[in-house]
Design a protein around this ligand. Sequence first.
Ligand SMILES: Cc1ncc(COP(=O)(O)O)c(C=O)c1O
Length: 387
Amino acid sequence: MNFDFEHDLDRHGTNSIKWDLYGEDVLPMWVADMEFAVPPAVTEAIRRRLDHPIFGYQIDAPSLRGVIAERMAQRYGWEVDPDWVVILSGLVNGLNLVIYSATASGDAVLIMPPIYPPFMRACQNFERPIQYVSLVSVSDGHILRYELDREALAAAITPQTRLLMLCNPHNPVGRVFTRAELEFIAELCERHDLLICSDEIHSDLVFTGYRHIPIASLSPEIERRTVTLLAASKTFNMPGLVCSAAIVPDEKLRARLKDVSHGFGILPNAFGYVATEAAYREGQPWLDALLAHLEKNRDSVVDFVETRMPQIFATRPEGTYLTWLDCRALGLENPQRFFLEQAKVGLNDGVPFGPGGQGFVRLNFGCSQDMLMKALSQMAEQLENRE
Ligand SMILES: Cc1ncc(COP(=O)(O)O)c(C=O)c1O
């Protein structure tokens, strides 16, 4: 079956934050949703659900929990009991729930920036001190690559540290952490008795040559101390349907997380529920085609930046549809504002991604080649105009 990733749909009038935040003359390459129609099976499932005109509260039904458990076994050889799966609304709810349920006042949280801003926000919401251990960047020619700072990570842990928050694959630097890196983190957490909150929302979006490994799958000891958060929403382009899942093997922690979730009124959305199940059951051909398209776009960004914007250093993402661009050598006060105002391209400013974000922007390449090339050309032209 052929899927069309080359013709952009007009999204005006759909209440899209990505398209409606800036003016109509701006090409939005920022917030992480893509320009593609969801798999046909998802639309069908929602249509079938619409045939019943009552949209009551949803129960945490065994069917979706079972599909998620099966997926973990098939893709990663990780045996998950469906009872460990807790269905939530958006995944950011999950980050907040874990901080609130698994830590107490005074407990500190280890975070490796630059990182998706809600990681920091979740800690701030409940006044948990953050211990930052920045990823280190190593340039390989024109490519920017980030790695764990193992020594700094080990040195940062104090008696107050209770939880390590992992983003794998990593937004915004696009790393898919290797088994050796995950084992290092796991060993450290075991040695210091830390819990792990692992956001694996981008785990289906991994390119040729790389393999996602859920950190919880490393061993029963790590599984017990980990909450894995995932969703079909990034993969199948439906974050507006707000449905995600937490896999919580530890019974006590799971009971606490469920209780807090009920207390906050976090309930799955009726359409998100059926859409997620349909995507996981029937979306693989669409996902295979999507990955080929995204990989092509990823390579186009790398080539374009190297040839037309050589003062910028770009990551070559191993996963995700996000590129992280180091614009510091351009000498701009605020590269996000420059590209927005001059090039009419909307990017994410690096600053909210925490330490190491200043002077960077994040570009979303989940769109047609046409839209991508147009945005990159507009950026390059404005840089050339300055020279
Ligand atoms: C790492 C990561 N976690 C969570 C989310 C958002 O999840 P949700 O929209 O389900 O709250 C994103 C969205 O970009 C993300 O990149």
